[in-house]
Design a protein around this ligand. Structure first.
Ligand code: 5GP
Ligand code: ZN
Length: 105
């Protein structure tokens, strides 16, 4: 399986990684839709929210906590949105779960 976000979070592209730990990585969206537009992406390949398992609860909590940290680091903690797109009809293009952080200054 060739997955763009698996390749990015595993360091196989030249995408700049802003934060990384054993479970997730954060990088800038290539087509920003807000002054700050980051993607919080787990290293585990999960297609979407629909494929989540009970055992992924901790990972999801970690993604949201990290999004909050990144909002503070980026200076947008007073105004940001966190978005998951699920399914083609809702605009999901990449079938590897990712949390959009859209921040406003
Ligand atoms: P989706 O529409 O699946 O929720 O979001 C996918 C996001 O990934 C889009 O906002 C798109 O701009 C971004 N994206 C697509 N390809 C790349 C890439 O190669 N590098 C980065 N950094 N972002 C990408
Ligand atoms: Zn993947």
């Amino acid at each position: 399986m060739d997955c763009l976000f698996c390749n990015i979070v595993n360091g196989k592209t030249d995408t700049e990684i802003l934060f990384e730990n054993e479970n997730l990585a954060v990088f800038k969206d290539i087509h920003p839709k807000a002054p700050v537009h980051l993607l919080i992406v787990p290293k585990k390949h999960i297609e979407s929210i629909n494929e989540l398992k009970e055992s992924d609860k901790g990972l999801l909590g970690e993604m949201i906590l990290q999004a909050g940290e990144m909002a503070k680091k980026s200076g947008v903690e007073k105004g940001y949105r966190l978005i998951f797109n699920i399914g083609k009809k809702a605009g999901q293009e990449i079938d590897h779960i990712h949390l959009h952080l859209l921040g406003f200054k």
